[in-house]
Design a protein around this ligand. Structure first.
Ligand code: AKB
Length: 310
């Protein structure tokens, strides 16, 4: 049976580019985009689209039956900063939808799931440099708690019911096509827009706040690679890493292209979130087990971002 894919949350930062990549690979008609709002023209015009509220189990099931969906990429989520403002709503979106999808797979209505986790599963008590795959997981944010709980649910459904679910722990994702929304790492995208439009940027994190980051193309490659591989014997939410930098270092890279660009710092509540997250990630397991390798270094992603946003 050929794969029929449903992307839930297809109009968000990762969802929109992931949908286009999947359409390229599996054919436009085999990848159904869905979200609560319309996406960009490219996404809306290149293949099927359905309005789905990710918390509405019945409408997800209806779309699964309508298209004969075999695989779901569940990209709808409330990210770290927004989730702190609406904890219960964040839990509902980040957790209940996952449980619906896991149940659909348990009941053999669908056969495969991609569900992303995040570096937010780590917390203050986790080693922040070269953070291992297996380590202390005591997240301090609602988003992090939901991602950690989600990982454990995925492991449970995999082990108890044989559900084929795969997960990567994304770092901050840098891209230019669709803006991110509500994340702590979002400064590293906003900065490019402001550098080009205003020549200056007021950063909500302090100069020295180092966080793991990845260019979108690398994130998509990792996602497709982990989905292409054989089913896991044991469920693992893989650490994946590319680069790490702080706002000061990113500014210096941008200044190589825009020498007059200036940055000022006004840390807000997001600083506290960033302070609990790792600075660098050890992803040797992903590199060993499915040959994960990033391509974009910081200087590459800065060039690509400025080039495309110009
Ligand atoms: C966020 O900042 O909340 C996200 C993430 C690291 O998962 N980008």
């Amino acid at each position: 049976m050929s794969e029929k894919i449903l992307v839930i949350g297809a109009c968000g930062q990762i969802g929109s580019e992931l949908t286009m990549k999947l359409r390229e690979k599996y054919g436009n008609q085999n990848v159904i985009a869905s979200d609560i709002r319309e996406g960009n023209d490219e996404l809306m015009n290149s293949g099927p689209f359905e309005f789905i509220d990710a918390t509405d189990k019945a409408s997800i099931l209806m779309v699964i039956h309508k298209y004969g969906i075999t695989t779901i990429y569940l990209m709808a989520a409330m990210l770290s900063a927004t989730a702190e403002k609406q904890p219960k709503k964040a839990w509902d979106i980040n957790m209940n939808t996952l449980l619906y999808i896991l149940d659909f797979a348990k009941e053999k209505i669908i056969s495969k799931i991609y569900w992303p986790s995040s570096i937010a599963v780590f917390g203050e008590t986790t080693p922040r440099i070269d953070t291992p795959q297996q380590t202390i997981l005591e997240p301090a944010t609602v988003y992090g708690i939901s991602k950690l709980a989600g990982e454990r649910w995925c492991a449970y459904y995999h082990q108890k019911f044989g559900v084929d679910v795969r997960t990567l722990r994304y770092p901050g994702i840098i891209s230019w096509k669709t803006p991110p929304g509500g994340g702590t790492t979002d400064y590293a995208v906003e900065i490019f827009h402001k550098a080009l439009s205003d020549g200056k940027y007021e950063c909500f994190l302090s100069a020295e706040t180092t966080l793991p980051m990845m260019y979108m193309d690398d994130a998509l490659k990792a996602t497709l690679d982990v989905m292409d591989g054989p089913k896991f014997d044991t469920y693992i939410a893989y650490n994946v890493a590319a680069v790490s930098f702080n706002p000061k270092e990113l500014t210096s890279e941008i200044q190589k292209h825009l020498p007059n660009f200036t940055i000022s710092y006004k840390p807000d509540f997001r600083q506290k979130i960033a302070d609990t997250w790792p600075q660098t990630i050890n992803d040797s397991l992903a590199r060993k087990e499915w040959s994960w390798k990033h391509e974009y270094e910081t200087s590459d992603l800065v060039s690509v971002m400025l080039e495309n946003l110009k």
